[in-house]
Write a protein that binds this ligand. Structure first.
Ligand code: CP
Length: 307
């Protein structure tokens, strides 16, 4: 990536230097109150459901003093419903705003949108493809929790075939040194060959396992993910669900200084009480979600104010 960030469509765009710049800006955003984005407008265009990504982007823009326009169910409430192409929608929406945040159900849509957009497009997730800003907030969380990004043992657990957050995080992991990845997934939902190929080419050590309890005591990070029911066949979902769960029983296998992360939303793969989630320092996923706000403020600052 050059000096200036324009579109954000995949996590491998980010260099180590840009990531550290982003973390520094994100730390400063924690107490930011000002209006450096006064007069700027973000369009939030979501063709898939979202809680964290959409609302944290919208909150980020407002906290920076800007305005938000958009539609949260774009497939139904935008002219896509009347047959308008994504490219035409993007060309038009780009005339009304300074930045477009796009979540789409079809892989490759963010790239397609960026090719016709006159304003920056940030992917908020595209089908089974990538979720680059989730990966940014994930590594920002690692940085805050461990004060380092090198030399970490990370287990990624769950639906690694269609989980775009794990895919994007793998690309960022390949930027750091001495990262060891352990994939724990049902047989039918293993990490894709494209990601494994990328890890091999970049000398990232990875292995695949099917016994979560065996892996838990050996890693610094347990990155849990949901089985993506909406993206797979119902038989695949039924075969995979409930196989890998963190609960009160196996929580004891997680080391005291390790962290449990999850892009959220979580369903049955995390079965811990609200009390445990609130009191146990190892549970990092709500801090992770909050970090998304600051990481996205920092990202928009880089894009609209220069990196
Ligand atoms: N992590 C994430 O993308 O959550 P949402 O689907 O709620 O945006």
């Amino acid at each position: 990536m050059g000096d200036r960030l324009l579109h954000v469509t995949e996590s491998q765009q980010f260099s180590r230097e840009i990531l550290y710049d982003l973390f520094e800006r994100a730390d400063k955003m924690r107490d930011y109150s000002g209006d450096k984005f006064k007069g700027r407008i973000m369009a939030s265009l979501f063709y898939e459901p979202s809680t964290r990504t959409r609302l944290s982007f919208e909150s980020a823009m407002k906290r920076l003093g800007g305005e938000v326009i958009g539609t949260e169910n774009a497939g139904e409430f935008s002219s896509a419903k009347k047959g308008e192409s994504l490219e035409d929608s993007i060309r038009v929406i780009g005339s009304y705003c300074d930045l477009i945040v796009l979540r789409h159900n079809v892989e490759g849509s963010a790239k397609k949108a960026s090719q016709v957009s006159k304003v920056p497009v940030i992917s908020a997730g595209d089908g089974k493809g990538q979720h680059p800003t989730q990966a940014l907030l994930d590594v920002y969380t690692l940085y805050r929790e461990f004060d380092r990004l090198d030399n970490l043992k990370i287990a990624m657990v769950g639906d690694l075939a269609s989980g775009r957050t794990a895919r994007s995080l793998c690309y960022l992991c390949s930027k750091f040194d001495d990262i060891e990845l352990t994939f724990v997934s049902p047989d039918n939902l293993k990490m894709g060959g494209d990601i494994k190929g990328h890890l091999s080419e970049n000398n990232v050590c990875y292995s695949e396992h099917d016994d979560l309890n065996n892996v838990l005591p050996r890693v610094d990070v347990v990155y849990m993910t949901r089985i993506q029911k909406e993206r797979i066949e119902i038989e695949d979902y039924e075969n995979a669900r409930g196989k890998f769960v963190i609960n009160r029983e196996n929580l004891g296998l997680v080391r005291e200084k390790s962290r449990i992360m999850h892009p959220l939303p979580h369903v049955e793969e995390i079965d811990l009480s609200i009390e445990i989630e609130g009191a146990d320092e190892r549970v990092a996923y709500f801090r992770q979600a909050e970090n998304g706000l600051y990481a996205r403020m920092a990202l928009m600052d880089m894009i609209l104010n220069g990196s």
